[in-house]
Design a protein around this ligand. Sequence first.
Ligand code: ADP
Ligand code: MG
Length: 307
Amino acid sequence: MAEFSIIDRYFKKNIVQQQDVILGIGDDSALISPPLHQQLVVCTDTLVSGRHFPVDTSAHAIGWKSVAVNLSDIAAMGAKPHSILLALTLPAIDHEWLESFCQGLFDCCAPYQVDLIGGDTTQGPHLTITVTAMGWVESGQAITRSGAQVGDYIVVSGQLGDAAFALAHPNHPLRQRLDYPTPRCELGQQLVSLASSMIDISDGLCQDLSHILQASHVGADIYLESLPIDSALHDLPLTEQWQYALAGGDDYELCFTISPQHYEKLCQLTTSPAFTVIGQIQSKLGLNFMHHQQKQMLDLRGYQHFA
Ligand code: ADP
Ligand code: MG
């Protein structure tokens, strides 16, 4: 089956929902009418089989995750997701696989009204999926990594460490959290003009929070007893729980900094999805771990210290 029949059969059948998509799949490029007073937010992420997901991951989950990780980056800027491009490299044509891959991809797009508006389909030695996501944010309102202020709370959405635990225990029910991360698109947009900085957690909290600290020229205290960790992990030794929650990766939760006053406002605005204060920004550079007010020295695998 030629490239064109695959495009027609699997990708062109999706009906573009948004009126500002003037041209979707089928021409040399897609065409979008940008809304007034908005900035385009754009990001891309590649998933390689065996590297970014276990080889036994279902086609449906791969389709979902390839969209979710990108929408998570859009959410982390405070932007509203709009559309995606899909560059797909397939070792062979497997119709059953393509059918459920597309289903997973569209299932992740649907709740956020995101349209697939183009892409590229090629044959190659390894299954590789690159999604490019686009979104809009009010001009000048994007939430970057560089705005954290001394005294701000450090807050995370959802739970930490579920996906890393599932990677080590592939048959555990938490596998769902590894295969089907939830991009926090609504929360991200609600944080515009409230959060001072934001990032999404893909490489583990410490790694990703340290990007905020470096960009903002500040340090942080982390309260280990406050980390939102699933009850399935509570029987593990504390250091192992912290390892998953702080350095695990693949969480796709939001980590943001917010002044105590703005945090009050946020709590009045929404409490869903759950979010938790896990620390506070300090002027002293570096990352401090506290457990019930006692300083803890942690040696986290996969976490590179700085400062
Ligand atoms: P070109 O040769 O001009 O690059 P293609 O033949 O690659 O165009 O693609 C034809 C149309 O199909 C384009 O609109 C392109 O965006 C779309 N397309 C190709 N592959 C995909 C895909 N995997 N997902 C969505 N759209 C795709
Ligand atoms: Mg092409």
